[in-house]
Design a protein around this ligand. Structure first.
Ligand SMILES: *Cc1c(COP(=O)(O)O)cnc(C)c1O
Length: 385
């Protein structure tokens, strides 16, 4: 017996969003079936482009960003690639920050270049000077603030304003700030990407990405791109991020306060050469950050006084509260290591030293500072010949 229609229409009210799973969406008539694509970009025609669970999350994120539309994708990286693939073609010129998320740079340099896109990396602290790089075929600028790992602050407002005048699209990876601190769409950017994996999910247990926008045409194009590239976001993962969003403001607030306290403490330690964190007054990007961003941020980086590799091993291997791991934005504090070679291979390098990146979670700061204090003592001991 085909009871596919009989289960629908039951009412169940809960504070928690329903998890709707589907590959197949069923239709009431042949006419509905034949015309199913006309339901895009908002409606439901096949599981790839989302179920009510995904739509609910998309509405929530669009609201947070101050935008009209949103598309969720399986990861932050898939959101970045989908946003670029939706609009950039062979023969176009694409500007990518030299400090943008590593996998986006690799995608641009190793894939898009092969497809005939003129990929150009620009200085991560660019401002008005970026206009020198514009060409008649410049299609899009990929921005990220602050830069991944190295934390340079570009002047997003200035760059977006110049790009608009030339009809160049702008895509901002806003994951570090989250819309609680900065809203790229309100600053005039065309597309705002978030790795919902980070602050939105908040518990290091889900991968998801989001692209938000105001323009209806972009929305239609991206929904179609999602379908063609097969970028479905799992309804369970959408549920987890919806749940994460409920506590985002309190997590953001506490993690940011703790991060600032720890960053200030680190800045006073003799073995710390530099703390890279735009929230600190003597950071190179502080003025722009202060002008455009609300306080916050749980992620910052460190450059230590030069020492041999064994000193970094001693630092990391002595950590007890910080887990060693990439990703960030969750309730547990993390430490990650970026060797000097990464910088040496990059245009516009920030340093010739390795970089340590810390993500501050929800733990009390006392034990975290003790942990870092001990790790720095180990570092100093192994720095000596
Ligand atoms: C983590 C991250 C991404 C990628 O997100 P995933 O969900 O891990 O693919 C993109 N941009 C920034 C700034 C990130 O930190």
């Amino acid at each position: 017996m085909n009871d596919s229609r009989s289960d629908f229409g039951e009412q169940f009210n809960s504070l928690s969003p329903g998890v709707f799973r589907a590959s197949t969406v069923v239709f009431d008539s042949l006419d509905d079936f034949v015309n199913r694509k006309q339901r895009q970009p908002d409606g439901y025609s096949y599981g790839i482009t989302g179920t009510p669970t995904a739509r609910r999350l998309e509405r929530a994120i669009a609201n947070l960003e101050g935008g009209k539309h949103c598309i969720v994708t399986p990861s932050g990286q898939s959101a970045l690639c989908t946003a670029v693939m939706g609009f950039v073609r062979g023969g176009d010129h694409l500007l990518v920050s030299a400090a943008s998320y590593g996998a986006l740079q690799t995608f641009a340099q190793q894939w898009l270049r092969e497809f005939g896109v003129e990929v150009e990396l620009y200085a991560p602290d660019a401002g008005k000077d970026i206009a020198r790089l514009f060409r008649p075929n410049t299609r899009m600028i990929c921005l990220e603030a602050p830069g991944t790992v190295t934390m340079e602050m570009p002047d997003i407002r200035a760059i977006v304003a110049l790009a608009r005048k030339q009809s160049i699209m702008t895509m901002v990876d806003n994951t570090w700030a989250s819309p609680l601190a900065f809203k790229p769409l309100e600053a005039g950017a065309d597309l705002c990407v978030e790795a919902a994996t980070k602050f939105f999910g908040g518990h290091s247990d889900v991968l998801l990405g989001a692209i938000s926008m105001n323009d209806n045409g972009y929305y239609e194009t991206l929904r179609q791109t999602q379908s063609i590239l097969g970028q479905q976001a799992s309804p369970e993962d959408c549920f987890l991020v919806l749940r994460g969003l409920e506590t985002l403001p309190v997590r953001y607030d506490t993690q940011s306060r703790h991060a600032l306290e720890i960053a200030q403490w680190l800045a006073g330690q003799p073995s710390v050469q530099r703390v890279l964190f735009p929230a600190l007054p003597d950071d190179a990007g502080h003025a722009i950050w202060k002008r455009d961003y609300k306080p916050g941020g749980c992620l910052f980086s460190l450059i230590l006084q030069p020492a041999p590799d064994r000193a970094y091993a001693a630092f990391f291997d002595s950590l007890r509260h910080f887990a060693i791991g990439a990703s960030w934005g969750g309730v547990h504090s993390l430490a990650a290591f970026y060797p000097a070679t990464l910088q040496k291979n990059r245009p516009f390098p920030l340093t010739d030293q390795p970089i340590i990146r810390l993500s501050i979670g929800l733990e009390p700061t006392g034990p975290l500072i003790d942990d870092l204090s001990n790790a720095l003592a180990q570092y100093e001991r192994h720095a000596r010949p």
